[in-house]
Unconditional design. Structure first.
Lengths: 158, 153
């Protein structure tokens, strides 16, 4: 989908903060100098084309009392698909990637993030994955956050 | 902690609100709340930081941000604070975290970098290297995405 100037204007606002007003699309429209119906139509079209995944709350697991961590595993080549299926079956898993080092070899290839209601439960789930797969899971929790904010520069690709 | 009504509300809207003229009214009708209460509860969740943002999650690949890299750095522990701040200040860096090290894993600073053009991430990494003086790093690129969803409760 080729985004128009108007689409980009809307998308830029949608990824920052969506108005919490009774008529949010009207609020957006007034701000951007567009018609409410146009903002709604373009937003729906972008949702349909998958330009954005969802419009809603970006939940902070830690503030919700949950705990989350990044895990890394060294999975033999022939078992990658099978092990990934085992990992993905857990609802707490939000990301799961096969990664390779570009400039250097690294000891792990499967990387996933997992959340749980508390630390003990997370540790239990890690153990469970280790038992199911017979492979070690390296737990790499965040010790300090310097930045977290996935907002993209919608315009610089022009 | 969020109360039960907040949890009920978050579970209902975590995959996205309806794209209609009055989304909060529609959500309220489904949950037996008023439009006003839905709005004030979302505002409350934002104020208490249980919700980081109320917004759209952009599928960066779909808007042409095709150059992505996770870059991990080996930073001396007494420099992590300063280096972390400098790296976080790059607009192309969307995430910057410190994580523990292990005998087989000496990299303590994790950064996610997003760029439009091919090779843009490598350019940013070069700049990060120059600005911080940290030279031991690995670029981890994703060969395959097995799963990607937002954080759900």
């Amino acid at each position: 989908m080729e985004l128009t100037r108007e689409d980009k204007k809307i998308l830029h606002r949608l990824q920052s903060n969506f108005p919490l007003t009774p008529h949010p699309f009207r609020t957006l429209a007034e701000e951007l100098g567009l018609e409410e119906s146009e903002v709604l139509r373009r937003t729906r079209a972008m949702a349909e084309k998958g330009i954005f995944r969802r419009l809603g709350p970006i939940i902070d697991t830690h503030e919700m009392g949950n705990t989350a961590s990044l895990m890394a595993m060294r999975v033999p080549e022939g078992r990658i698909e099978e092990v990934s299926r085992t990992i993905n079956a857990y609802t707490g898993v939000s990301h799961n990637y096969l990664r390779k080092g570009k400039n250097k070899e690294i000891p792990y290839n499967v990387w996933f993030t997992m959340s749980a209601p508390n630390k003990q439960e997370l540790v239990r789930l890690i153990k469970e994955i280790e038992e199911k797969t017979g492979l070690e899971v390296r737990n790499l929790p965040t010790t300090k956050k310097f930045k977290i904010g996935v907002k993209f520069n919608i315009y610089s690709g022009e | 902690m969020a109360d039960q009504t907040d949890i009920k509300l978050l579970k209902h809207i975590q995959d996205g609100i309806p794209l209609v003229e009055r989304p909060y009214k529609e959500i309220g009708e489904a949950l037996g709340m008023t439009e006003e209460e839905v709005i004030s509860r979302i505002k409350g969740l934002l104020e208490t930081k249980k919700v980081r943002r109320f917004a759209a999650s952009v599928a960066h690949r779909k808007i042409g941000i095709n150059s992505n890299a996770m870059c991990v750095w080996r930073v001396p522990s007494d420099r992590v604070e300063a280096v972390g701040k400098v790296m976080a200040s790059f607009p192309e860096v969307t995430h910057c975290y410190e994580r523990p090290t292990f005998p087989d894993w000496p990299y303590n600073l994790f950064t996610m970098i997003h760029g439009y053009a091919d090779g843009e991430c490598e350019k940013v990494i070069e700049e990060m290297k120059e600005k911080t003086g940290v030279k031991d790093y690995v670029i981890l690129y994703s060969e395959k995405e097995f799963k990607k969803t937002g954080t759900r409760i």
